[in-house]
Design a protein around this ligand. Structure first.
Ligand code: SF4
Length: 353
């Protein structure tokens, strides 16, 4: 079965309530150890000062090439990885200050859907047991209520509870397994889900079905998503806002429509130039980036993109550029937005009367 991609989402109106999630200056470095004494000889700077907020019932797309740190952001804010520094405030609570018991409660409210629908499901458990495991661990409802919820969620994500509840993951296709992963995440009634490359391993037509399903479920279950992907085309249809990452840092953030129609950071422009146009007569000029992505063990000074940027200037290798505001909710970390450094536009010749 095929399904077309949904139209881009209309922006949600701003509300005065506090964000559900506030990530402030998040840093995650992985030490590289060597020798008999396991001395730390270097650090992989996977995430280096990432900040963003996520409102209730909102989707933030987090995009960048593989290895840019976006998956590490998702896992660190759920504390599947311990942070190096920074803070994550979820519904008013500091996630990094939580003890084991509080963290256990939090896990019910913050879920993750993984990229690999093949590797993320226990092959020895039936689908019913996989989806029902979370409510069982968190002692939610009676046995009969849990069974009823599993059956409801299976039918809600497009599976057949009557004939499939006792089947095993290997009996399902990739798209069906991702539906099982979604039902598992929903089973504990979360507020927030990290979708970590959740559709990247699927065929394009199945991707559209899963994205449509996630959008429907967001409204029904009051969910907020952090939607991680390497492909701007995938993120466009589900995101209210998009943040673009490069080598451990967010370089541009904007409401989704604004980012796609008015990209300002040269890295975003390059990523967007690779997105195919639905109308083949509207050919875009592809911006080919030269050079390899630098290593996060020793990232470039200043703007980390300066070794590959087609618009690089002398100032770019000095200090990482601050966030320059473009319009409400749109900011770019690029010296091209700094009147002090941006190349002057030629003044039009004076017209004689
Ligand atoms: Fe390019 Fe300089 Fe802007 Fe970085 S700061 S994206 S190197 S122009």
């Amino acid at each position: 079965m095929t399904e077309t991609a949904p139209a881009p989402r209309a922006p949600k109106s701003a509300t005065s309530v506090a964000p559900l999630l506030e990530v402030k200056n998040l840093v995650k470095h992985f030490p590289i150890k060597k020798g008999v004494f396991h001395r730390t000889v270097a650090q992989v700077q996977a995430v280096d000062g990432v900040s963003f907020t996520l409102n209730r019932r909102e989707t933030l797309g987090l995009v960048g090439e593989s290895g840019c740190g976006k998956t590490t952001v998702g896992r660190t804010l759920l504390r599947l990885l311990e942070p190096t520094s920074g803070s994550v405030i979820f519904d008013g609570q500091d996630v990094f200050e939580m003890g084991r018991l509080e963290l256990r409660q939090l896990r019910r409210r913050m879920q993750i859907i993984f990229q690999d629908p093949y590797g993320s499901l226990n092959p020895r458990m039936t689908v019913g047991a996989i989806i029902g495991e979370g409510p069982l661990i968190h002692q939610m409802g009676t046995k009969a209520e849990r069974r009823e919820r599993v059956e409801y969620l299976m039918s809600r994500v497009g599976l057949d509870p009557v004939n499939q509840i006792n089947r095993y993951p290997h009996e399902f296709s990739g798209g069906q397994r991702q539906r099982i992963g979604i039902a598992r995440a929903l089973s504990v009634n979360p507020d927030f889900i990290v979708c970590d490359e959740a559709v990247s391993a699927l065929d394009v037509s199945i991707q559209a079905q899963i994205i449509n399903l996630l959008i429907e479920l967001q409204d029904e279950f009051d969910l907020s998503y952090l939607f991680i992907a390497h492909d701007l085309a995938v993120v466009e249809h589900i995101s209210d806002r998009v943040a673009v990452m490069y080598l451990g840092k967010i370089v541009e953030e904007a409401p989704a429509r604004e980012l796609y129609t008015n990209p300002r950071h040269p890295y975003t422009e390059a990523l967007l130039s690779a997105v195919p146009e639905p109308d083949p007569t509207l050919r875009k000029k592809r911006i080919l980036l030269t050079g390899d992505v630098p290593t996060p063990i020793n990232p470039p000074s200043g703007c980390r993109f300066h070794t590959r940027c087609p618009k690089v200037m002398d100032v770019c290798s000095t200090v990482f550029p601050k966030a320059f505001p473009i319009s409400p909710g749109h900011r770019s970390h690029c010296y091209l937005e700094d009147p002090e450094h941006a190349p002057k536009k030629p003044t039009p010749p004076a017209t004689s009367t």
